[in-house]
Structure formats: structure tokens, C-alpha cells
Design a protein around this ligand. Sequence first.
Ligand code: C2O
Length: 511
Amino acid sequence: AKVHHHDFVVQATPVKRLCKTRSTITVNGMYPGPTLEVNNGDTLVVNVVNRAQYNVTIHWHGIRQIRTGWADGPEFVTQCPIRPGGSYTYRFTIQGQEGTLWWHAHSSWLRATVYGALIIHPKQGDSYPFKNPKRQTALLLGEWWNADPIAVVREATRTGAAPNISDAYTINGQPGDLYNCSTKDTVIVPVDSGETNLLRVVNSALNQQLFLKVANHKLTVVGADASYVKPFTTSVLMLGPGQTTDVLITADQPPARYYIAARAYASAQGAPFDNTTTTAILDYKSPRQVPVPTQIDHNLFFAVGLGLNSCPPGASNSSCQGPNGTRFTASMNNVSFVLPSSFSLLQAHQQSIPGVFTTDFPPQPPKKFDYTGNVSRSLWQPIPGTKVYSLKYGETVQLVLQGTTIFTAENHPIHLHGYDFYILAEGFGNFNPSTDTSKFNLVDPPLRNTASLPVGGWTVIRFVADNPGVWLMHCHLDVHITWGLAMAFLVENGPGELQTLEAPPPDLPPC
Ligand code: C2O
């Protein structure tokens, strides 16, 4: 196994898109940032130097970070931000994961432009569980704002209104030739007739689920979130922000140019994808080394959705622009997550610093209600808090994620840091424990790090708490995490193990 050293210089760089040039935060002057390519088993050492005017951290999305929680990256969760002029070295080893992941900034909305692909090839000497592709291309789907994305979210936070939507969707940072003055800003993916290539598709957009299609071509899905799947063929992919999908594509059409197109669906209401017809999708090929856990230690139920809060008193001149003089908020089990500011959660946990968080994150919603119906006003107002849910090392969690319909139904891509989880089942409406448990796939469910919670529906996931640390779980639509749609799991050290987590690196930035 190799050790790969990289320097990431975070800096402001002029970038021109849609006819306008704006100062953009980049890594090494590149937008999107550099692609990292490693083999399973290798170690990455990335020295991040902050030459921008904003605080920054980098998250290695989907990397398990076994015993290296200090390298996970979410600001104020596993580290304090790297201040302007500061630096921090992330050091971690890829353990058993193969496929496509990505890295992105995990501070405010910096990930709008600070992101890149993290490609994990098979272990040295191993081959793919499918025919070796001739070429490989990463396609990072994203969003471009003409304004500075940090200014966009600051303005939205100040007014309490929904933030401005982006001005373009992008593939590898390019809007493509259907947008204004972007004819040259179009990615070209070369293929030879007859060859089979691997496309590594990442949804790095901030606030949009996206559909991707290649005109006249079929796509064979072979992996997702750096786990292999039993291959299946489809013509359209749907990815929530944070998700990745690896597909094989064979150049079996008459030689010509074909569009690769990704777009959002028009309305949040009514999912165009009927996930009850996609059963073949869940059918995995390779026998699992880790079977689905059957004994459950924690049966959790999180009601996930939006809400409204009253404006802070004294917000006199920054009038709240949510409906009826309120501001938007979001919650899990009626707790709207607030990041700490003096210590990261991981530091506070490891050094037993009191007052940074509490361990009373509720395992169930405060009261049961019709999650997809008309919700009573008293449940519209989540309570802000920095609460974690504690797990002992090795315990098993089953978690029902139930979307609520508080003034609107939405899809939420829920991402758990530090873990892959099995998705046992999903459906529309209210989760019904007496009938829906029979739908659980305990044989070969997909293993993911990000689950799309269906619009007005539910998803059931299971995982074993085998990675000590503090791990954020949040909606990967950035507008929702801004509003508090997050919580954290605190996973204790193993029995008799005093220091299973390594000591914090000496250059860990202070708050
Ligand atoms: Cu890509 Cu906290 O996530």
C-alpha cells in the first residue's frame, strides 16, 4: 500500500461562467478541485493551507475514517475550522472501500466550489468485479451561482427566507452548451466505438436531486457510494446530493455525438420515480463479508422535516422573510441542530469538556402525529439544540427516517458520516411498524452512506456502531443543514479500550 501526499491550497481564484467572472474559492486554483486517485489500502495525507478569507474544513465524503475521526472534517463536529492563514493535515487510510467517493468543504456553503472526486481503485493486484473498463471518467454534477455562495447563504440566514437558487447546473464545473454563452464550457467525454467505459457519477450539487441520462445509451450500474452492486441496467440515474453511482457504458451506437444530460425534476410534489418498481436494483451480486445485523439494540425513529420559527427578538431591522413573519428552520425529532462554537463535538467528547453538547437527543419524536398529513401548529416550531445520541461500541441501530409534511413535502438525502448503512426498505406515507417490517430486505440490501428519503415517505436503515467518535448525520441539501436538519451520534470506545481513537494531531486548529 502506498502513502499519497497532497497539498490543498484553499484560495480565491477568478472563475468565468455564464459570461461573468467572479472571485471563487478553489483548491489549488482549480474548480472543481483536484481528483485524488488511490488504491484500496492506501493512505492519504492531505495538507490543507487556508489562504482564503473564510474559515474552511475538508470532509472526505463516505470514507469510514476507522479510528481517524480527527480527519473527518465537518466544522465544529470533529475539528474547529482552519482559520484564514492556518493549515491542517488530514491523514487517513482507505480500509476496504472501493469505487467512487468525493471530498468537499464542510464549512458554510463553501462546498459549492470546493470539491473534487476521490477515486478508489481495487487493492493492488486485485481486479474489478466486472470487465476491466477501457477508460474511466468522473462526472461531478454541481451548481453554479453568479453571486458568492457564502453571500447567498448569509443573506438567507439574515432574512430567514429561502436562499436564491443557483444560476446553472454543471458537469465538472461546466454549465454546458444549453446555457447562455457556455458553448465552450461543455465537458467532452471521449469514447471509441465498441469499447466499454466506466463513468463515475457524483452529485455534488448543494440543493438538488439530479437525474442523469445519456442519449441512446444504456447504463449498467456496478457500484454506489464505494460499494459494488450486482450489475443492473437502466437508462436514467437519480442521485441525491452526496450520492455517487458507478456505471458502465458501451459505445454500441452509430458513431456520433450524444448528450449526457442531468436535470432536476420540476416539482417537489409527486416523485416521478416510483421506487416500488425498482426491486431488481436492490439485488446485490457479491456475498457480503458483513451480514445484515439481526439483533437490534437501539430502535430509533426520527421525524425529519422543515419547520418555522419566530424571528429572534430584536431582529427589528433584519425583518424575517419566511411566511407570516417567521423564518425557515428544519429538525430531526423537533430538535434543530446548532453547531457548537468553542470546541468541536469530538474534542469535547474526547477531552470530557462539559457544556458543549448534551446527550439527550430524543430516540422518538416528542409525540406521534400524521407525518404526511396536516400537522398541528405546535409541531411547526422546533427547539434549537446541540444534542447527540450516544451509542456503545458495537451496538446495533435500526433507524426509521420519517419525512414530515410541514407546509411542504420534500425529498431529503440523509448522509451519515463515518459509516455505511444498510437500507432495508423505503416507502411513501407513514411508516407502519405492523405491516412495513415485512418489507425489510435482510438478505441483500444496498449499503450506502447517503439515503434518499422519499417525498412524504420513510426509509429504514441499519448499522453497527463499530467506529468510535462523533459522527454527523444530516440532510445533504445544504439549505436544510443551514436550517438545522442534522444530529450527531456519539460512539463510545470499545470495552476496556481507553484510547481507541488516536490522539488529536498536533496541528488540530483551535476554535
Ligand atoms: Cu458530504 Cu456532512 O457531508
